[in-house]
Design a protein around this ligand. Structure first.
Ligand code: FUC
Length: 824
């Protein structure tokens, strides 16, 4: 093979070249591991590099032979700071006038007034204090030019062990690098070796575009420290790199470390910041120097084999809870980029879908450790530069939530906790926003948030004035309980839900029929056109906000009931929930997005946000089982919108079609999600897909599509969102199995009520299922159309089954019980 750095992007890597490489037997032995991403050329671009992460400390590995680049991230490295002046403190005073204008259908004037009065204060969203997620910097390793052509080049990421490798030959010498980011040791560890003794030599440097100084600290350590925007009061960060060698030498040289003549080099990198998720401390904690020094000292004392074994064991504790098999084709033996290209061109590769699914779980584990100070952001943990697309913040009109849709269902409940903690932390700043915008009690968050407790709306319509982001995030607080049954946790977060409900209750107004709506309200980032031809984005009673409030109230009532709290408030919420204007069907048979039936006039009929289907997913107000007419209307809406969209938009649509029990349409979107994308140019209308490194392409890179797709595929195989009674769930096995996956199995999914579920199917029919109940309780089991359950057994003992009118079977399962389900 030629020098790998000369290889062009994968579109130019002929699949036949990869095939012939395999037929030569080169590197084929491990290449086919179903959990491995692998490539025959180094990354030229960031979207080809491979990610490792321990939750908060990560790297993008380029795998270059001569000049290796590890682009580094630490999840709290943000510019910006708390901005106490981001709220428009007297915004609520404009409400009567805005509401009057909306009643009179003066939409243009209403828009102007919302823009002028119901947005953030000048300099709020996107202002100097708003900030952006940032790179930590680069670790660069410069090796001498190889003395002979490089052959057998391969780089891999095994998502089962969470170890990345680079290997190649120069003559007879085999060079290898292994890299992982350990949550056990809180360090990135790299081992560089060669089959020939004394062959390892390189220069290591730590750099950052701006705001950092690097120096040698002791003979084998580099220290890079600085502040996020270069100002002394900004967030402080520090990274330390230590290199230990076997044979040879390591010494400081200027601002670098120089390794020569080594048999093997071990690199340890630790990093931290002074960020703390605490509004009262203005998010400022201790200087990171002492902690980083201590962490580095501790990890670099341990043996490589121990570090790696403990890292892998900890990763597998989470990762191995779920296994998915959808069948195999010969393409599974190809490099990942070639597989993706062939899948894009129409070939089948179910194992690539399974890899993409597990990769999403890998990314969640790697960007959202339970101990993280911050949750997985718009790019998870991985991002280059000092100002990232859309600031890489936590947009709560879809993106923040989508990041965590798969956390519970795909058995990574612990990874949900950084999100839940961020939501809890918004209560204090959010109280000020509730007061400012609605003169309301409780707390409020608009369309986005940041590590700095940003809660007001954005700066202009149509996207800025979304008023139910905080209310929506509370769904996650409830869902974590619905899956885990952790009452102590529920008691802790209930006040957060309650205060969000208090705020929403105060935001509701009566429409002309006495039903409750929000006003002003928007449908995230979309616009409507009235029958009179007026275009606007603000109305009275947009569907999504009504649905979000319904969901929040319903969950808050359930939580209060379980905790035996707040009887009177519960009744008030109960009454309001009944009075919320329900989802409506419009003249095209579609679900109505706005306060009036304007969908068919839509200026952007294929808009990427399909927000008014919230009630179908992630909500539960619309289900084919219990509200078939509304479900038909939701389907009509999806048909009108079409399948095109950004990465996350397609991912959401997988979930929608799965919830409509249309597996083939859901699979069509899975296929479209896995379209190879080769551009980072922002496209709002279409072009969503997947990069060569299997990162989701909005484009540009945005990780929500990865997580949303995991959620979607899970929803195709198992659903448990429908309640048949308060906090009692229907477990629907294989609700949307596509014909493309006739045979398969999944182990380790989770259902609400605290249930573990394994499933196997063949010829498109369920053949077996296993259930594990964490706590005792009742569930109703539902099977694919045309099938029925013959028995549910615990060992040899059959469980009594009560048939229900909707075709489900009610069973009572015991705490700790394991059950086998038999089908006919
Ligand atoms: C919302 C979306 C965009 C993008 C951004 C981060 O504004 O409408 O498509 O995902 O968030």
């Amino acid at each position: 093979m030629n020098r790998p750095t000369r290889r062009r992007f994968l579109a130019l890597v002929p699949a036949t070249a990869a095939l012939s490489a395999l037929s030569e037997g080169r590197a084929a032995a491990t290449a086919t591991a179903p959990t491995t991403l692998w490539y025959e050329q180094p990354a030229e671009r960031w979207e080809q590099a491979l990610p490792v992460g321990n939750g908060r400390l990560g790297a993008m590995i380029f795998g270059r032979v001569e000049k290796e680049r590890l682009q580094l991230n630490e999840i709290t490295v943000w510019s910006g700071k708390l901005n106490p002046a981001a709220d428009r403190t007297e915004a609520y005073k404009a409400l009567p006038e805005i509401r009057k204008l909306l009643k009179e259908e003066q939409y243009v004037q209403a828009m102007a007034l919302v823009n002028a009065r119901m947005t953030c204060a000048p300099g709020g969203y996107g202002g100097p204090d708003y900030g952006s997620y940032q790179t930590l910097g680069d670790l660069t390793l410069e090796f001498a030019a190889p003395a002979a052509p490089v052959t057998g080049y391969r780089r891999t990421l095994d998502i089962d062990t969470a170890v990345a490798t680079v290997e190649y030959r120069v003559g007879d010498d085999l060079y290898t690098r292994e890299i992982f980011s350990s949550s056990v040791d809180q360090a990135i560890v790299m081992r560089i070796a060669c089959s020939r003794k004394g062959a390892i030599g390189f220069t290591a440097s730590l750099t950052r575009e701006a705001g950092a100084q690097t120096g040698v600290a002791g003979g084998n350590t580099l220290r890079m420290s600085g502040t996020s925007s270069g100002h002394p009061d900004d967030l402080r960060f520090e990274a330390q790199l230590r290199v230990a060698v076997q044979g040879g030498t390591v010494r400081g040289e200027g601002e670098t470390l120089r390794v020569s003549g080594a048999d093997e080099a071990l690199l340890f990198l630790a990093a931290g910041t002074d960020y703390v998720l605490d509004y009262r401390k203005q998010y400022k904690g201790a200087d990171p120097h002492a902690a980083v020094t201590k962490t580095l000292a501790a990890s670099s004392r341990r043996s490589y084999s121990t570090l790696k074994a403990e890292h892998t064991r900890e990763h597998q504790r989470l990762f191995r809870r779920v296994s998915l098999s959808l069948g195999d084709t010969a393409n599974a033996a190809l490099p990942t980029d070639v597989r993706l290209l062939r899948f894009t061109q129409g070939e089948e590769d179910p194992a690539l879908v399974a890899l993409f699914y597990q990769y999403g779980r890998y990314l969640l584990i790697s960007s959202s450790n339970a101990k993280n100070e911050l949750p997985s952001n718009s790019q998870g943990l991985w991002g280059d530069g000092l100002r990232m697309p859309w600031f890489c913040d936590y947009k709560s009109n879809i993106n923040f939530q989508m990041n965590y849709w798969s956390a519970e269902t795909a058995n990574l409940g612990e990874c949900h906790t950084p999100m839940l903690r961020l939501i809890e932390s918004l209560v204090e700043p959010g109280r000020k926003s509730a007061q400012a915008y609605f003169n309301a009690p409780g707390w409020f968050m608009g369309f986005t948030t940041t590590p700095w407790g940003y809660t007001p709306p954005g700066s202009t319509g149509p996207w800025g004035p979304f008023f139910s982001g905080g209310a929506w995030t509370c769904q996650h607080l409830w869902e974590h309980f619905a899956f885990t049954r952790d009452r102590e946790y529920l008691a802790r977060v209930y006040p957060v839900m309650k205060e969000a409900a208090e705020c929403s209750l105060h935001m509701l107004v009566e429409d002309e029929h006495g039903l409750l709506i929000t006003s002003p309200s928007t449908s995230p980032e979309n616009t409507f056109r009235t029958d009179a031809g007026v275009t606007s984005w603000v109305c009275a009673g947009a569907a999504m906000e009504r649905q979000i409030v319904w969901e929040l109230f319903s969950n808050t009532i359930l939580a209060a009931k379980l905790l035996a709290l707040d009887g009177a408030f519960r009744e008030e919420l109960q009454h309001a929930t009944i009075m919320i204007r329900p989802p409506e069907i419009g003249r095209g048979g579609q679900l109505m997005e706005w306060g009036k039936d304007w969908d068919l006039n839509a200026p952007e009929p294929a808009h990427r946000h399909t927000s008014h289907l919230f009630a179908l997913h992630p909500g539960r107000q619309i289900t084919p089982l219990h509200t078939p007419e509304l479900a038909r209307a939701a389907r009509k809406t999806l048909e009108l919108r079409g399948d095109e969209g950004t990465g996350w938009s397609k991912a959401w649509k997988i979930n929608f079609w799965a919830r409509l029990h249309d597996g083939d349409h859901a699979y069509k979107l899975v296929r479209e999600q896995l379209q190879l994308v080769d551009t980072t140019r922002t496209n709002y209308a279409k072009g969503g897909g997947t990069y060569a490194n299997l990162f989701d392409a909005h484009p540009p890179f945005q990780i929500d599509g990865n997580f949303g797709a995991v959620s979607g595929v899970t929803e195709m195989l198992l659903q448990s969102h429908v309640m048949y009674a308060a906090d009692r769930y229907i477990v629907h096995l294989l609700p949307a199995l596509p014909s493309a996956w006739p045979n398969g199995s999944i182990r380790g999914l989770r259902a609400r009520g605290g249930l573990g579920v394994d499933l196997a199917w063949a010829g498109g029919k369920a053949v077996s299922a296993a259930l594990r109940a964490d706590v005792g309780g009742e569930w109703r089991l539902l099977v694919p159309r045309g099938q029925r359950i013959v028995a549910v057994r615990s060992g040899k003992t059959p469980v009594a089954m009560q048939p229900q009118p909707d075709g489900s079977l009610q069973v009572a399962l015991k705490a700790g019980g394991r059950y086998e389900v038999e089908f006919a």
